[in-house]
Design a protein around this ligand. Sequence first.
Ligand code: WQD
Length: 351
Amino acid sequence: MVSSSSQKILVTGGAGFIGTHTVVQLLKGGFSVSIIDNFDNSVMEAVDRVREVVGPHLSQNLEFTQGDLRNRDDLEKLFSKTTFDAVIHFAGLKAVAESVAKPRRYFDFNLVGTINLYEVMAKYNCKKMVFSSSATVYGQPEKIPCEEDFKLQAMNPYGRTKLFLEEIARDIQKAEPEWRIVLLRYFNPVGAHESGKLGEDPKGIPNNLMPYIQQVAVGRLPELNVYGYDYPTRDGSAIRDYIHVMDLADGHIAALRKLFTMENIGCTAYNLGTGRGTSVFEMVAAFEKASGKNIPIKLCPKRPGDATEVYASTEKAEKELGWKAKYGVEEMCRDQWNWAKNNPWGYAGKP
Ligand code: WQD
């Protein structure tokens, strides 16, 4: 039973890594939440953990439906029975390497699903959206830190879906000014909820650095391949703007509140990063310190398409959303290790 007083938010992909952490913060922030997820890269246990984290009272404001945005009927069933005040749209595939091998799968999931969502939202007059975009739309930035008005370019099919979806959002809002859309460009989400009950649990071999390091630390993988050790950086390894997933979650709450209060927000993009860069070697050292574990590494050639150094300008989000990342690399590694040591085999447990 969802309480009638609070604003109702549909969270697509809400069983995923960023989705679950954001749902926790939404419920704690007094919102009612409905999750739709197709479990392509998530499991029901993650939703159960959200209920554990927020407790029985707030869990009354959480509903879950298994469904796929590519099936318009799944969306119709949701919107016909609940009036949503806004949508936070996470659902989508996000593995760069997989997108190169299977572009049709990425265009199907990410583009068709989102277009269906816009159509059903419009039909039920729900025209406020927070969209999960990515720093990947900056491609190989010509300078850093990345600013929201930089030229946008995609380096792979995954990045192209994010760029296309940003352009689609801008076109829709230009044609129908009643839409309010915030595009949140995530840098590199890492870490976990302080409880150790929620965290990143990618299916298969992790593509990203931190879940890979985490699996080496718990003994699931033998060593970390470091892709590139002669970059023109302070230690030769590539630099990224890693951001704690709880900071990212709070960025969504700030964006949502802005949507409800700022009528003329139009379609606006914000970077969600810390504004600081950390190298691969520095992140490995920080995780070893937090976990007390040795992370064996193997020096490998650069990954095609990887940028040397990327980090965010955070001024716009600070000024307009009143949001600034609170946590540093030490807390990111502390919390990521707390999740990993308590859940070495993720939500499903050892096979
Ligand atoms: C970070 C650094 C790698 C793995 C991508 C997407 C982005 C977002 C985050 C979805 C790079 C190095 C990595 C490994 C390594 N995804 N690395 N060994 O590529 O910055 O961003 O994921 O929103 O949109 O583009 O993240 O974690 O894959 O890599 O050395 O086993 O770690 O070369 O320098 P990336 P990443």
